[in-house]
Design a protein around this ligand. Structure first.
Ligand SMILES: Nc1ncnc2c1ncn2[C@@H]1O[C@H](COP(=O)(O)OP(=O)(O)OP(=O)(O)O)[C@@H](O)[C@H]1O
Ligand SMILES: [Mg+2]
Length: 288
């Protein structure tokens, strides 16, 4: 980690439809930092402001109150370089498959790189590499976008953002409506992408298991406010705070908590499915 966060959100507030009867305060003095080489998870119930926050990160929404710094520079000073910001902080929208618009799959992936004014050769290279990263054969570039499955479309949309070679990848509910196999494929792709050094990942989800599997640090958003933050282990150990806001800890953490309550010798700070299986395995072995 370097000292300067790649993204630094300070006291950020946002109100939709201000001054109308439908006014909604969707962000309320939010503070959040993202450092290079980490995965930051944002959890919160539906309507808590996750998508609104994410849309600020690459300049899609402009701060009404508070500020946002990219590598130490206020976004208000970057308005003439907003294309560059959008390229270096790649945002994959919630349900991105609904925003694919090109007839052929390859053209959707090439859209961003073409806008960057790269050579044909470079564009082709990037499309191939991005498709490979998300596990789509290069030959799929000639497929009709409309004929791909939901999981394939989701990965195609991700490839379109990866082809711009962002430093920070921001994903809004990446696994929603995917089946368990599609979900685990996607989580694998994301952890593999992050293995490349010098990058960061921000993931918003109301799926605790996704966040627990991937994140180093977690922010909990409720009604536009950060109600808890810290390492994934710290945040998920706060069962009471989560429960108070209608959220539950990831299933593996709940199982472990139950075993701890029963007085069984398991480590209380276990988070992921694999770690839980390991704990239960040693418990069974010890009992032999
Ligand atoms: N374009 C908009 N116009 C008016 N209100 C909006 C708009 N977008 C979001 N809101 C409202 O702002 C609040 C925060 O919404 P947001 O979509 O950021 O939450 P979220 O945490 O992403 O929810 P979800 O989990 O359902 O995706 C909600 O009350 C929502 O109804
Ligand atoms: Mg959302």
């Amino acid at each position: 980690m370097t000292d300067i966060p790649v993204i630094d959100v300070k006291e950020l507030s946002h109100t939709y439809l201000s001054g109308t009867p439908l006014e909604v305060r969707s962000l309320d003095k939010v503070n959040m930092k993202v450092f290079i080489n980490e995965i930051v998870g944002i959890i919160g119930p539906s309507g808590s402001g996750k998508s609104t926050l994410l849309q600020h990160l690459n300049g899609l929404l402009v701060p009404q109150n508070g500020d946002l710094y990219i590598n130490g520079t206020s976004i208000s000073e970057l308005s003439s370089r907003i294309r560059e910001v959008r390229q270096s902080i790649g945002l994959v929208f919630q349900n991105p498959e609904k925003q694919l618009f090109e007839h052929y799959a390859g053209d959707d992936v090439a859209f961003g790189p073409r806008n960057m004014g790269l050579t044909r050769e470079e564009i082709r290279k990037r499309v191939r590499a991005a498709m490979e990263t998300v596990g789509l054969p290069f030959a799929y570039k000639d497929r009709l976008t409309a004929e791909l499955s939901l999981g394939e479309k989701r990965r195609l949309a991700l490839a379109g953002v990866l082809a711009m070679e962002p430093r920070v990848l921001v994903l809004d509910e990446p696994t929603s409506s995917l089946d368990p196999e599609g979900r685990s494929e996607l989580l694998d792709i994301l952890s593999r992408w992050k293995m490349g050094t010098g990058k960061a990942l921000v993931i918003a989800s109301h799926n605790m298991e996704d966040i627990a599997e991937l994140s180093n640090r977690v922010y909990v958003l409720v009604e536009g406010r950060v109600v808890a933050s810290g390492s994934a282990k710290e945040v998920f150990a706060g069962h009471d705070i989560l429960a108070r806001h209608g959220l539950s800890a990831p299933l593996p953490a709940q199982i472990i908590l139950e075993l701890v309550k029963q007085g069984l010798p398991v480590s209380p700070d276990v988070l992921t499915e694999d770690e839980t299986v390991e704990e239960i395995r040693s418990l069974l072995n010890a009992g032999k």
